[in-house]
Design a protein around this ligand. Structure first.
Ligand SMILES: [Zn+2]
Length: 245
């Protein structure tokens, strides 16, 4: 019974994540967000319609072979992105694939993303560019994409979109928002200057901060009216005074 309650809570968090990234303009009528079901070889994903319209009851359960084992479906044709990453990357618990505007533009730039500012430096280890612009809808293509992703946190799909990974739903959504903003800012900066990496760019990604984004996430839930202020405040787990990530 406990497991069932946890799954329902996870589905609800996934729906909230989808609402936030949709509100931020990163997810549109297409694109999908998933989360690994802890301790299993399955994950949860929104079905094949505009994610923002999905309720917790619509969320599908898919096994690592790509077979839908729960929910009415249909699941997205690019679900194989998620299966391939979960199989290869035990450190990843949540995956977002979207066709966000500035990520598409950045994926067409020769040099790709430069860790030049606060948003970009969580990707200081690099965001590879996958050269194939087709939808990732086959095992073979997904395997090549995962190989190109390697140990990185995100990858651009040239002329198509991006894939962002993280240690949880909220951290993945925040990473995707920061990636899109970094792309937008870099493209703007490039119109009048040459972006250069920050000298301390490598210290930008803090796993704990992505696992408990106690400032950014409640703000986003409030901004997009996903929950009431009282509900959001009740769920905040701040660091103790004087404690640092
Ligand atoms: Zn796609």
């Amino acid at each position: 019974m406990t497991d069932k309650i946890d799954i329902e809570a996870l589905k609800q968090r996934l729906v909230e994540g989808i609402q936030v990234v949709s509100g931020e303009g990163i997810l549109s009528g297409s694109g999908h967000l998933s989360v690994r079901v802890p301790g299993t070889e399955t994950f949860l994903i929104n079905p094949r319609f505009a994610g923002v319209l999905a309720d917790a009851g619509d969320i599908c359960t898919v096994d690592f072979s790509g077979k839908r084992i729960g929910g009415a479906g249909p699941i997205p044709s690019e679900s194989v992105i998620h299966t391939a990453i979960y199989r290869q990357r035990p450190d990843v618990s949540s995956v977002l694939h979207c066709h966000a505007r500035y990520s598409v533009l950045m994926g067409l730039q020769e040099g790709g993303l430069i860790p030049f500012n606060r948003e970009a430096r969580i990707f200081a280890d690099g965001v590879p560019i996958f050269p194939d612009s087709h939808g990732i809808n086959s095992e073979a293509l997904a395997a090549r994409m995962v190989e190109a992703l390697g140990p990185h946190h995100a990858i651009f799909l040239r002329g198509h979109g991006c894939v962002v990974t993280g240690p949880g739903i909220e951290g993945t959504c925040i990473s995707a928002i920061q990636l899109e903003r970094a792309c937008e800012d870099q493209l703007f900066l490039m119109s009048f200057s040459t972006p250069k990496p920050l000298p301390d760019a490598g210290r930008g990604r803090v796993k704990e901060r992505l696992e408990n984004p106690y400032r950014a996430w409640p703000f986003l839930l409030y901004k997009h009216k996903v929950k009431s202020k009282a509900e959001i405040r009740a769920a905040i787990r701040t660091l103790d005074e004087g404690e640092h990530y």
